[in-house]
Design a protein around this ligand. Structure first.
Ligand code: UDX
Length: 441
């Protein structure tokens, strides 16, 4: 009998996972406690911008013409428990307000709601990023006959569909052969296509995720530290990163210097990791992550100072600042802990007249920072600006015409916070182009 799957939580992770499971051929029931989300998903609409996800969803949501009908949604935990053999828990684990630790309340609530209804033999699979030790604690909450596995998720926003259907690796923390076998059945297709299947215990599975994100954050902060030194010494961090990247042991990825990392994962994951290590008495092992975090946060302040210099070195009062980009990365509408919006907000608080444009993040940005100015296009944002800040590297910004923008800008001064634009093109059109960690001209 084919396995039936439920996915608890339908955010970036859960919605993608549910659609991907249907694509792999399983009958899937997605659950969320937010009625608007369930209504949208049931109509085949995605509550966020994620390339390819709506198409994938529409291929499977029951009731949509031509769909496989394998994917449905509910708000009812009893229905989900009765339906599923394998239950993936994909709820959010944000940073606690005013603390480094991770907020486990959504995970705890999901387990508390699901557990009393579980069928004997049910497998609950945690996918959320959690402090190490959580799986063992949660396993004890499950009823007799149900069991737990931990299967961290490594998807990147903007590539969520591809990362889920074609993962680099599948990691499962299990404490029974039966759980391993069920997960091998679930992931049979990607494994056949070559994805390594790593079987381990609970704590190691939980740690793989936080260690991976810590390593990625460290790599970004490393190159941003090099950018600081380059600026002091007159070097060029883009050339430096290129030359470093040719060494296979280092690798070229995640060496893009700029205003640093943000989003719903890397910043909160390294902080939660430090907090958890402290609880375990291993805080010394992770003191370097404090430095990774502070290098990263310094980048935002540094961009504000570059902008101040560009408008004359004094106050921002009366100065018009155009901000291109609001999301924490391109190909996403996510503005959680976005370096771009943080920089825009700081300049606004210091009296600057800030106008933001982003291809997909405008609604979310407006909700988070209602007092900033917003424009309907890059050109409108740049009109009359004393300085233009490029803070999220959308393709659309790379394709902008420097001549046309120059004609509407107040001053042709561009600060590239992502080292993603072509300095020669902008300089040829009469712009003063300045980037982080590169010589001024
Ligand atoms: C990350 C991990 O990559 C993913 O494996 C995990 O599952 C979730 O967290 P995501 O948050 O989607 O994914 O974004 P990612 O592509 O990692 O970028 C994070 C931030 O780092 C962005 O703000 C991005 O702009 C920044 N970044 C990335 C850099 O500043 N420089 C780089 O070289 C790479």
């Amino acid at each position: 009998m084919a396995l039936k799957i439920t996915v608890i939580g339908t955010g970036y992770l859960g919605a993608t996972h549910a659609a991907a499971m249907a694509e792999l051929g399983f009958e899937v029931l997605g659950l969320d406690v937010v009625p608007e989300k369930i209504e949208m998903l049931t109509r085949g609409e995605v509550p966020m911008y994620e390339p390819g996800l709506e198409e994938l969803l529409r291929r499977h949501v029951a009731g949509i013409e031509g769909s496989s009908g394998r994917l449905r949604f509910t708000m009812d935990f009893a229905e989900a428990a009765a339906f599923g053999d394998v239950h993936f828990v994909c709820v959010n684990t944000p940073q606690k307000h005013g603390e480094y630790a991770c907020d486990m309340s959504y995970v705890d609530a999901a387990f508390a709601s699901l557990a009393p209804h579980l069928k004997p033999g049910a497998l609950v699979v945690g996918k959320s990023t959690v402090p190490v030790g959580s799986a063992q604690r949660l396993a004890a909450l499950l009823p007799e006959g149900a069991e737990l596995a931990w299967n961290p998720e490594f998807l990147r926003e903007g590539f969520a569909v591809n990362d889920t259907l074609h993962p680099d690796r599948i990691v499962v923390g299990v404490d029974s052969e039966r759980a391993e076998k069920l997960l091998r059945d679930v992931y049979a297709k990607p494994v056949t296509e070559g994805a390594p299947f790593v079987v381990t215990d609970f704590p190691t599975a939980e740690l793989v995720k936080t260690a991976a994100n810590s390593f990625l954050a460290t790599k970004i902060s490393f190159i941003n530290a090099m950018a600081e030194v380059c600026e002091a010494a007159g070097g060029d961090v883009v050339k430096l990163a290129e030359a470093l990247g040719y060494d296979d042991r280092i690798g070229a990825k995640f060496l893009r210097a700029g205003i640093g990392f943000g989003g719903g994962c890397l910043p909160k994951d390294i902080r939660a990791f430090m907090a958890r290590a402290g609880e375990l008495g291993a805080d010394q092992a992770l003191t370097f992550l404090r430095e990774v975090d502070s290098i990263n946060m310094r980048r935002r302040g540094h961009m504000v100072e570059l902008a101040r210099e560009a408008v004359g070195g004094g106050s921002f009062l009366g100065k018009r600042v155009a901000v291109l980009g609001a999301t924490f990365k391109p190909d996403s509408d996510d503005v959680r802990d976005s370096p771009a919006l943080n920089v825009a907000g700081q300049i606004h608080l210091q009296g600057g007249q800030v106008t933001v444009y982003d291809p997909k993040g405008m609604d979310n940005a407006r909700r988070l920072f209602p007092t900033l100015g917003y424009a309907a296009s890059a050109e409108e944002a740049v009109r009359g600006a004393d300085v233009v800040l490029h803070l999220t590297e959308w393709r659309e910004f790379r394709d902008l015409d420097p001549e046309a923008l120059g004609a509407v800008a107040g001053h042709r001064v561009l600060l590239d916070g992502r080292n993603a634009l072509d300095p020669e093109r902008w300089r040829a059109a009469g712009w003063t182009y300045r980037a982080m960690g590169r010589p001024a001209a």
